[in-house]
Ligand binder design. Structure first.
Ligand SMILES: [Zn+2]
Length: 180
């Protein structure tokens, strides 16, 4: 069943005053979601620490999103492509003095998400804990979650002290975006 046109909030939208929020919805208010229960991931240029953090983040994300993760044979065969870039200085800014660790953009077709690209900045000062939090957050965006105000959710706009697990709002949000 075609779920109808897609409307997305702008990247400069303020964080929602809710436990979770959707980036893109249909006319009937339901979230845009992935149709597939398995997505293939291609990574390029990640450091060993980033790779380990991404693996661990994917496991947690799969548990709550209901989407299994498998390696892609090539970038062209991947639904999610994760690349390391020298810097995200040109990315939409979260505010003065805030360094962008990573950036996710989603594509959709026929009312469903079809591709995501995650760019992770080359920031050698960041450790495993920072990257685990960052990839949990970016995978939340892959699911279609938007930023929220609450400092205890992974979908807060700015990392601060790193968190190693999704919050209860994140978990409810990921479940609400599950494929169906
Ligand atoms: Zn974000």
């Amino acid at each position: 069943m075609y779920p109808g046109p897609v409307h997305c909030q702008g990247s400069d939208s303020p964080p929602a005053a809710a436990a979770y929020a959707w980036s893109c919805t249909h006319d009937d208010g339901t979230p845009v979601r992935w149709a597939s229960t398995t997505i293939r991931v291609w990574t390029s240029g990640l450091t060993a620490i980033q790779s380990r953090a991404l693996q661990d983040a994917q496991q947690q994300w799969s548990r709550y999103s209901g989407i299994a993760v498998a390696p892609a044979a090539s970038d062209g065969a991947a639904q999610v492509v994760v690349t390391e870039v020298p810097t995200l200085d040109a990315a939409p800014s979260l505010g003065p003095g805030i360094i962008e660790y990573a950036l996710t953009s989603n594509q959709w077709s026929g009312g469903y998400y079809t591709h995501s690209s995650i760019q992770a900045a080359n920031l050698p000062s960041l450790g495993y804990d920072d990257w685990l939090d960052t990839f949990l957050h970016e995978l939340g965006h892959v699911s279609g979650l938007a930023h929220v105000d609450s400092p205890t959710e992974i979908m807060r706009p700015v990392v601060g002290a790193p968190q190693s697990t999704y919050g209860s709002g994140d978990v409810a949000g990921l479940a609400s975006e599950g494929p169906r």
